[in-house]
Design a protein around this ligand. Structure first.
Ligand code: ATP
Ligand code: LTN
Length: 346
């Protein structure tokens, strides 16, 4: 009996800083856990990273680091196509075509744009930052992905992607699969350890804001032990803003142990915040230790990463070019004429 074909997933992370446990629990961990269920495409989205200023040397270095972390976290290049977004020119080409279908009002409404623009000097906000979700839509639609495993902050961008796909299909005829967001139940929104009312983010400054995937165990422990909590002593999942710190620690714990709310609350019955923090530090360190070991092994193997990325780009290009060709045809672009073969022997 032939196996029914698997649904396809695509996702990406920006090489815009050091990956945090937020990136891991909201995205990467689920890519790895579910890699046997799907046909997998994971890219490092360097074109997205330059929507904010980046140092060229550092961008190159972070791009290698993030691709190595994909594998160190457990993605198997035999099961997942791992590639760099800028290696496939079709992303930028489709993004342009979709930009021409994107009403400005849709883009101006995006909360990530408003948040990121507010942190910049008004005259240095680029058109790229506004168009960011259109490029993301291009990433997803090029591969005809059914599912997009991301954290909760990407929900609105996924809605925009669906709207754009529907708009294109409506104007030009059925072309794109309409993708769905795959958002985890626990860990979809890890908050800053220093400020549990704002999202943990790799580009937010602060020595005690985030645990990074490459933090040594002592650094990770220290940050978790200093996490902001409250003056109470109740260890319960809660949506109250004053309990956000404790709720965040419980969420991190749950995302790594997969235990139920009730079981976790029962296990901390009669214990204090110090005990909770110690327990969270232990599960985080236990998850990071093998990842860090694999990361260093991988970088020691000269040429391995480059080989994986070259294979990934080749596989990604085949699919991306097929979709782009169909899109160009539907939009009405004249196909390039091929030169007559010149026989130099004549
Ligand atoms: P930046 O600060 O550069 O915007 P970021 O840390 O927000 O970066 P992205 O590269 O934008 O990370 O996101 C990569 C993936 O990680 C996305 O799927 C996103 O939803 C997820 N993610 C990012 N931060 C968190 C978080 N705090 N909790 C859960 N998931 C997160
Ligand atoms: N915008 C995403 C990163 C991203 C992405 C994608 C995620 C760019 N292209 C395609 C999923 C699918 C973010 O997490 N900030």
């Amino acid at each position: 009996m032939t196996e029914p074909s698997k649904k396809r997933v695509l996702s990406g992370i920006q090489p815009s800083g050091n990956l945090t446990i937020g990136n891991y629990l909201g995205a990467l961990l689920h890519w790895v856990e579910d890699q046997d269920l799907y046909e997998n495409y994971f890219c490092v989205v360097d074109l997205h990273a330059i929507t904010l200023p980046q140092d060229p040397q550092e961008l190159r270095q972070k791009t290698r680091e993030v691709s190595a972390l994909y594998m160190a976290a457990g993605l198997d290049p035999q099961k997942a196509t791992i590639f760099i977004q800028s290696h496939i020119p079709a992303h930028a080409e489709l993004a342009w075509i979709l930009t021409c279908l994107s009403p400005l009002g849709w883009l101006n409404r995006m909360t990530q744009f408003k948040d990121k623009a507010a942190k910049q000097q008004a005259d240095s906000v680029s058109a790229g930052l506004l168009n960011y979700p259109v490029l993301m839509a291009a990433d997803i639609l090029l591969y005809q992905a059914h599912g997009v495993p991301v954290g909760d902050d990407q929900r609105q961008h996924l809605e925009l992607t669906r709207d754009l796909a529907q708009r294109f299909n409506h104007i030009y005829g059925e072309t794109f699969v309409i993708p769905e967001a795959l958002i985890p139940r626990a860990g979809a929104r890890v908050m800053g350890l220093d400020d549990p009312l704002s999202k943990m983010s790799k580009s937010t400054a602060g020595d005690y804001h985030a645990v990074y995937l490459l933090d040594p165990p002592n650094a990770a422990r220290k940050k978790i032990m200093r996490a902001t909590t409250d003056s109470g002593r109740e260890i319960r999942f809660s949506t109250l803003p004053e309990k956000a710190g404790v709720n965040n620690l419980l969420t991190i714990y749950q995302a790594l142990t997969h235990d139920s709310n009730e079981a976790i609350e029962a296990s901390f019955e009669g214990k204090g915040y110090g005990d909770l923090k110690k327990a969270v530090a232990e599960v985080v360190i236990a998850a990071l230790e093998p990842l860090q070991r694999r990361y260093h092994q991988l970088l020691d193997e000269e040429g391995y990463l480059e080989q994986v990325l070259a294979d990934g780009a080749e596989r990604a290009a085949t699919l991306a070019e097929k979709t782009l060709k169909e899109v160009k045809d539907r939009v009405g672009f004249l196909a390039p004429a091929h030169r007559w073969p010149v026989n130099r022997d004549c």
